[in-house]
Each structure stands twice: as structure tokens, then as C-alpha cells.
Design a binder for this molecule. Structure first.
Ligand code: GLU
Length: 304
């Protein structure tokens, strides 16, 4: 196995940041397990800033499942809905630096104006409002300037990742048309506020990381170490998610769910251990080199 671990002198502080859009399922359990086992200290953040997507009762259900499965978080969980003043302050700071501008474009206008970028498939913003709102247009969103910037980082699982922000994302939204702060801004402000120095999460977020690093630099915040594990796919080949009604962990035997998540990540604890003991074993034996450096894998691959 390749050793992709980086010797760390300071204790690693990791986090699990679920959006409360449904109960914990195996796909999100993988993210919880990977971030937990790879870190010395582990925190939880409920990413409930996108109010319309939240499902009633999901926060309580996720926290109860984590607790029942033996996860221990060292501080009370952070909730993004309580963090709006911090996001506002960060946005104001970026405005004073001239790094943010109002944009009047609709999503449809951006889709019509440009082709998806080769790497991420996202539509890079063509820069229509970068030099000021065209006459007669109203501001809808606030965007962060990126220019022709390449951001590179060394991912502990996926290796070196590079993205040219100008070509692949373009100036990106920090405040949405519905007045909700965008994920990219909230996550950067919160990771720093929680003192997170190691972010372990699914590779579906890999293409977001260069934007987050760009924001950290602009805000004068430290950049954590990143590790993006493969996303678990269901038998139909689509990402396991709350949206496609992946089976909630609570409806399975917890020891079996834990075994599946760990095995997906290349870690096989001795049999017969309860959840907390499996977690303790995996934390003591954690090796990023055992996690396959691919964007996604069928969940069943761990059974092979
Ligand atoms: N809230 C995101 C999710 O549930 C995770 C964000 C992150 O880990 O940065 O997919």
C-alpha cells in the first residue's frame, strides 16, 4: 500500500458536517467514519444553512444515530443557522477588499452563455457582471472574483489536485439569489472557527476544494489538510443519498453498518466487535493508503 499519510506534529482536528436533509444512511456514515478514524479530535457541524432543504427531525435523528454508534465529539455540535453573523462579516470583509461584486445573471442565462467545463462539468461563470451590473439589471447574487488562478493541493487520498478556477468555475456565488449564504462561504468560515485542520469527506466535494482554498487565502484563514474518499454507489450505480432514499443506518444492525462502512474504506476490524470497539480499532490502525484513490465505488466493493 502506498503511504499517503503526512507526518503531523499537531493533533489532527477533523469534522463531520452533514446537511440535515434526512436520516444518516450508509453513504454519509462512510464520511463520518473516515473523518472520525483519521483524526485525533472530532467535531460535528450541522450544515442547516440551506433552510429549504432541511428535513424536520433530521438533525436530531443524525445526532442520535452517531451517539448510538459510539462516535464521540469533543465539543457541542455547531449549527450553521446560528452562524449567519459570521458569514455576513466574512462577506463584508471581502467586499471591502473589492473581491466580491453583485451579479444580476440568472442560472438560465449562465447555462445559455457557456459550455460545461471539461473537468467538473460545471458551467463556469462567464463574467458578465464583473465590471458592474449591465444597465437595467438588478443584483441577484454576490460573486467572488477568481481571475485566471490555478489552485493546487495535495490530497491525502486522491494525490495532487489542480484546478484553474477561471476556466473551471469562474467567479462563484457567495450569497444566493434567495438570500442564503452559499455552502462555499459557510464551510470555510466554519472550518476555521472550529479549528479544523483536517477535512475528510466524499470525493463529490473534490471540485469545491480549490474554491474553498481560494476563499481561505482571501480571508486570511489557514488551509486544512484535505482527504477525499470515494463516494459509495448503490447497486444501480448512483450515489447513495438521502434524495434517492438510501436505506437509513438505523434500519440496519449498527455493527453491520459500521463493518460495511469501514470495509468500504479498506479497513477490516476483527470480527465480533461492537460499533465503538470497531471505531477504536480503526482509529488506532488508520491508514489513508488503504482507501482507494478513485471518485466513487460500489458500496459492495468492500465485501470483495
Ligand atoms: N454538508 C455536506 C454534505 O452533507 C458536506 C460538506 C463538507 O463536508 O464540506 O454533503
Amino acid at each position: 500500500m502506498t503511504d499517503r499519510t503526512t507526518p503531523q506534529t499537531t493533533p489532527s482536528i477533523g469534522r463531520f458536517a452533514p446537511s440535515p436533509t434526512g436520516p444518516l444512511h450508509l453513504g454519509s456514515l462512510v464520511a463520518a467514519v473516515a473523518s472520525y478514524c483519521a483524526s485525533n479530535e472530532w467535531l460535528v457541524r450541522i450544515e442547516d444553512v440551506d433552510e429549504p432543504r432541511n428535513m424536520a427531525g433530521a438533525t436530531e435523528s443524525i445526532l442520535a444515530t452517531l451517539d448510538r454508534m459510539g462516535f464521540v465529539w469533543s465539543k457541542p455540535e455547531m449549527r450553521q443557522r446560528n452562524r449567519l453573523p459570521a458569514y455576513r462579516e466574512a462577506l463584508e470583509f471581502l467586499k471591502t477588499k473589492g473581491l466580491v461584486y453583485p451579479c444580476g445573471c440568472t442560472r438560465a442565462e449562465i447555462t445559455d452563455a457557456c459550455l460545461p467545463a471539461a473537468g467538473s462539468g460545471e458551467r463556469p461563470y462567464p463574467g458578465t457582471c464583473r465590471r458592474g451590473l449591465p444597465p437595467g439589471r438588478q443584483a441577484r447574487t454576490c460573486r467572488m472574483r477568481v481571475g485566471d488562478t490555478e489552485v493546487a493541493f495535495d490530497d491525502l487520498i486522491q494525490g495532487c489536485v489542480r484546478q484553474n478556477l477561471g476556466r473551471e468555475t469562474g467567479d462563484f456565488v457567495l450569497l444566493r439569489a434567495d438570500g442564503i449564504f452559499a455552502y462555499q462561504l459557510a464551510v470555510v468560515v466554519d472550518d476555521a472557527a472550529q479549528g479544523v485542520n483536517q477535512v475528510v469527506r466524499g470525493a463529490d466535494l473534490l471540485a469545491s476544494t480549490p474554491r474553498q482554498i481560494w476563499l481561505q487565502r482571501a480571508l486570511g484563514l489557514p488551509t486544512p489538510v484535505y482527504a477525499h474518499h470515494p463516494v459509495a454507489l448503490g447497486s444501480d450505480g448512483s450515489k447513495l443519498s438521502k434524495q434517492n432514499l438510501a436505506q437509513p443506518v438505523d434500519e440496519m444492525a449498527p455493527e453491520e453498518a459500521m463493518r460495511q462502512a469501514l470495509s468500504f474504506l479498506g479497513h477490516r476490524p476483527p470480527s465480533g466487535l461492537d460499533c465503538a470497539a470497531q471505531l477504536a480499532w480503526a482509529r488506532a490502525n488508520w491508514d489513508f493508503g488503504r482507501v482507494l484513490p478513485v471518485p466513487s465505488l460500489p458500496l459492495s466493493h468492500g465485501d470483495l
